[in-house]
Ligand binder design. Structure first.
Ligand code: GLV
Ligand code: MN
Ligand code: MN
Ligand code: MN
Length: 413
């Protein structure tokens, strides 16, 4: 890589500022969703940055980008995250792990770090499911955890299918599917991510280590009634799907509260969505998470029962359909402790926090196939999936240094 000079330490800030301009809406949130213009621009930006460093960039069959230091090969250490966002998402969820990975490679090169195995920086496609509804599609496809036929047929709000969108982005949707060879190359995967809570803020630590990811999933709720006139249809004679829907949202909240779980209904489609027409149909999505799989099951079953009872009362048909489920992820203890020990060397106290999270990640999908781990960077607002998501620049730099230390340790093994 002699012909490619190593960028100076401040290059993280330049990269961060450049990427921060891609896909940002007037309200300050990001709108980078699988294969849309902003996503394509962000991916092109990554390819350019990786090539400028002399990394060998490849796009895999599922549209994930791999930038290799030393060329693809077995026994690889991989790091990275995603560039897509939730609708009106924050700047850090995903990009911190990608920009941080490139900056960590720069740091390793500046250190002249010994490297006995290949290193890859990966950008996973569609982690958030912000456009097609299912999360972690790049990693799930690669891991064989979702069928290619199902993914090709997923539609966005305008009716465009994944296959059409991928094709418009210049990629071949017919080629998507399990990629055991890609997984077999990896010895370990480490994802740097902004903390999506406020646990680190109350400690002196800018960087923590992931312990577990709560079991979580998405369920589609359908309520089908009968459209009618808002001014003339007698209240008693209506079959209004909005009413059992509303009751179900409240039931989800109550059940989650009772069981120490999380339940969120944040995406709703109303048909025909007119102010003066009783709706014919309400479709919504339940996002539910809990520390324990049995508790999650109990909450979702309870929501289903509440939906059915409320629907019956209002003469409405209801259905609950599971769309995705990620079981409990316990990052391997040995790897986790190793990361914590490496991070501790530069930490304010030796007790680096190990944190559970309710947020899903590609690292969680990969963990079932490849030893995986995560580092979290402190988020003073504690808010994520919102423009208020934040991390101080100095904490981001600490995250990059911690990632470089961890990679250096893993590469030398
Ligand atoms: C993704 O970030 C999720 O946890 O929903
Ligand atoms: Mn996210
Ligand atoms: Mn993320
Ligand atoms: Mn996520």
């Amino acid at each position: 890589m002699k012909e490619h000079p190593v960028p100076a330490p401040g290059d993280f800030d330049r990269m961060w500022a450049e990427l921060a301009a891609v896909g940002r809406g007037a309200e300050g949130g990001y709108h980078r969703h699988a294969w849309n213009g902003a996503d394509t621009e962000a991916r092109a930006w990554f390819v350019q940055e990786a090539c400028a460093r002399g990394l060998d960039v490849r796009t895999d069959r599922n549209g994930n980008l791999w930038a290799w230091w030393g060329g693809p090969g077995p026994g690889a250490v991989a790091t990275g995250s995603h560039l897509d966002s939730v609708p009106s998402g924050g700047a850090f969820d995903g990009p911190l792990g990608v920009v941080g990975a490139l900056a960590a490679v720069d740091e390793l090169r500046r250190r002249g770090a010994a490297r006995s195995r290949p290193l890859a920086v990966v950008v996973f496609a569609e982690e958030e499911g912000g456009r097609f509804g299912l999360p972690c599609l790049g990693s799930r496809l690669t891991a064989g955890e979702v069928s290619p036929e199902r993914v090709r047929g997923l539609t966005d709000a305008s009716g465009t299918t994944w296959a059409q969108a991928m094709e418009r982005a210049g990629l071949d949707p017919e080629g998507i599917g399990p990629d055991p060879e890609a997984l077999a190359r990896l010895d370990v995967f480490v994802e740097l991510h902004v903390e999506q809570g406020r646990a680190l803020e109350d400690t002196p630590h800018p960087v923590g280590v992931a312990g577990t990811i709560w079991p979580h999933g998405r369920w589609r709720l359908d309520f089908t009634g009968r459209a009618d006139h808002a001014g003339t249809a007698l209240l008693g004679g209506r079959r209004d799907p909005m009413l059992p829907f509303a009751r179900t949202v409240l039931a989800a909240r109550e059940l989650a509260g009772r069981h120490g779980a999380r339940a969120t209904v944040a995406r709703v489609e109303v048909d025909p969505n007119g102010t003066n027409a009783v709706p014919a149909r309400v479709t919504a999505w339940l996002d539910a998470r809990a520390a324990d799989g049995d508790v999650l099951e109990k909450v979702v079953a309870g929501v289903g029962e509440a939906a059915e009872a409320a629907a019956r009362e209002h003469g409405v048909a209801s259905a609950v359909t599971g769309e995705s489920l990620t079981p409990l992820v316990e990052f391997p203890e040995g790897l986790r402790d190793r990361l914590a020990a490496v991070v501790a060397a530069a930490a304010p106290t030796p007790r680096v926090p190990v944190l559970p999270t309710g947020a899903g990640h590609d690292a969680g999908v990969l963990a079932a196939h490849v030893p995986s781990a995560m580092l979290y960077v402190r988020n003073p607002t504690g808010v994520s999936h919102s423009p208020r998501e934040w991390a101080r620049p100095e904490d981001c730099h600490a995250g990059v240094a911690a990632l470089a230390d961890v990679l250096q340790d893993l590469l030398a093994r």
